[in-house]
Ligand binder design. Structure first.
Ligand SMILES: [Zn+2]
Length: 312
């Protein structure tokens, strides 16, 4: 299962026990997946099209158990591009009125007339608990995220600009600043910062996803450090190999022109050990000398050999 689906499965297990939060989540799903139908004669219907079956079932239960409505649920199959299933939930007649009134899209005037106030829900999200529920609904209805092992990206494909703004406002209240781009006629909000994504997951209540993501972050960080260290090692090896080649060339020049015996016994010893161990760094040659010599001692002797070669 993808990280995105796993996160959704986790969100689906969140109980909907507070009425204020239930309404906020339903409002989010109405924004992302709902549409208003005008049936004539002042009748309305609200239809939800949801691709994620688990989300459709949750919405069904929220409307039925939480709001005491009688939604109808059926599945439509699209044969285009393989078989894709969309769950369609419909709320009609009296129930549609009740739903729209709860979402503050409709009001009943004193004379009993019912008037449409807004074509989209405008949920009051003054409380933190409701903003969390709203984010959950937005993610279930329009959100997805890339597996953090590949890339840090969370996005919401919104239906229209006003929905994008509503979601943006809620995120910004928690100091999360999404970027925006157009994809065909849709506005896409997205996050690329690992910290912001973790914050949103935590706000929505996806604590398992938060832990999984933190684990991936740590692994990625360690891997990054190891790579950096390995690169650094390689760089140093390369440097010492070049140095070793230069030293061997210098020693050979001395041997060819004046003979090894022209060097003092300590320099001869180092020169011989250098020729025998071309792959060791200068520092590593020190312990092979008799008696062993420290790093600066070896350096000093090698500098003298190099100077002699240079003078030839
Ligand atoms: Zn609430």
């Amino acid at each position: 299962m993808s990280f995105s689906s796993q996160t959704k499965e986790e969100l689906l297990r969140t109980p909907f026990d507070r009425e204020c939060c239930l309404l906020s989540e339903v409002a989010a799903l109405t924004q992302t997946s709902g549409s208003l139908g005008f049936l004539g004669g002042g009748h309305f219907s609200v239809t939800y099209q949801v691709e994620h079956a688990g989300t459709a079932r949750r919405l069904f239960r929220m409307l039925k158990e939480g709001m005491k409505l009688s939604p109808k649920l059926h599945v439509v199959e699209h044969r285009r591009l393989g078989v894709r299933r969309t769950c369609v939930l419909t709320v009609e007649e009296e129930d549609a009125w009740k739903l729209l009134e709860s979402l503050d899209m409709m009001k009943t005037e004193e004379n009993g007339n019912r008037v449409l106030k807004h074509t989209h829900p405008h949920p009051q999200l003054n409380k933190q608990c409701c903003r969390k529920a709203y984010l959950r609904g937005c993610f279930l209805g329009a959100g997805s995220m890339t597996s953090p092992e590949k890339n840090y990206q969370m996005e919401w494909i919104t239906q229209n600009e006003s929905q994008a703004q509503a979601l943006e406002k809620v995120l910004e209240k928690s100091d999360i600043h999404p970027s925006k781009k157009k994809r065909r006629d849709r506005t896409v909000l997205y996050l690329k910062s690992a910290q912001s994504i973790v914050d949103v997951l935590a706000m929505m209540g996806a604590s398992q996803a938060v832990m999984d993501m933190e684990n991936v972050r740590i692994t990625r960080q360690i891997r990054g450090n190891v790579n950096r260290a390995a690169n650094c090692d390689l760089h140093n090896t390369e440097k010492s190999m070049n140095a070793s080649e230069n030293q061997i060339r210098a020693i050979n020049r001395i041997v060819e022109s004046k003979g090894m015996d022209s060097l003092s016994p300590v320099l001869q010893e180092l020169a011989r050990i250098r020729l025998e161990n071309p792959h060791l760094s200068l520092e590593e040659l020190g312990p092979l000398l008799n008696p062993p010599v420290g790093k600066s001692g070896v350096n000093h002797r090698m500098r003298r050999i190099m100077a002699i070669a240079q003078s030839l």
